[in-house]
Write a protein that binds this ligand. Sequence first.
Ligand code: ADP
Ligand code: MG
Length: 254
Amino acid sequence: MTQQLELTNLHVSIEEKEILKGISLSVKPGEIHAIMGPNGSGKSTTAATLAGHPTYSVTSGDMLLDGESLLEKSPDERAQMGLFLAFQYPVEVPGVKVQNFLRHAHQARFADEPKKLFAKVIDFRKHLKALAAELQINPELLTRGLNEGFSGGEKKQLEILQMAVLEPKYAILDETDSGLDIDAIKKVSAGVVKVAKKHGTGVLVITHYKRILEFLKPGFVHVMVKGKIVKNGGPELVDTLEAEGYKDWVGEEN
Ligand code: ADP
Ligand code: MG
């Protein structure tokens, strides 16, 4: 069995409309991949389909995590298999404290691995504080309501803390840079790299800006246009796209 997150000729429709028209790519542990592409090309659809969002139906092709198909798995089962997704717009849940939310997420992730679980709440909290310190995240956030009144940067830091708690095999980050200033992007990127190194996580970052990629330094870049991957390359592709845009694939009107 090859260790990788693999999309094989994935076709996805919303209602009757085909959005993804055959996406193939594979991410191996420890690799950082970027999907770039103009608005509406299907990047978030790819992330939501991986997450198991019910709106998106896979009409053909497959998604495999270390050889096992994700198609029949619930979102919780996917998380338990080691898949992590961070979305563009994190939800606010005022009544639920961050540290309790993360404890439940941790228990669900490691339900089948009792050795990873903490018997006492206090021990989980110590672990969580240590992770927050490693990522230079303000510990006061841990006792606040989930994302309640968080700044854009704090929401994204919390996503990275969640990633650190869940120790994913593969992480998908959709527009994690949107709405962040450059210092926040630096901090979040440094956190992603740190967590990914520690756990050998394969990372797929989705963005239409170059900025976050300067810090994440992906080894693999895929260009998505109109539901297809139109080009695969290395880091140099980021500069080409920044200079020339997507006009070769979408036509001059864009
Ligand atoms: P990107 O993230 O690359 O900007 P999306 O994956 O969000 O693109 O969208 C791809 C296409 O799918 C767009 O044409 C968009 O309007 C359509 N789409 C995405 N989500 C939905 C939805 N829930 N209902 C209907 N159309 C959708
Ligand atoms: Mg999107």
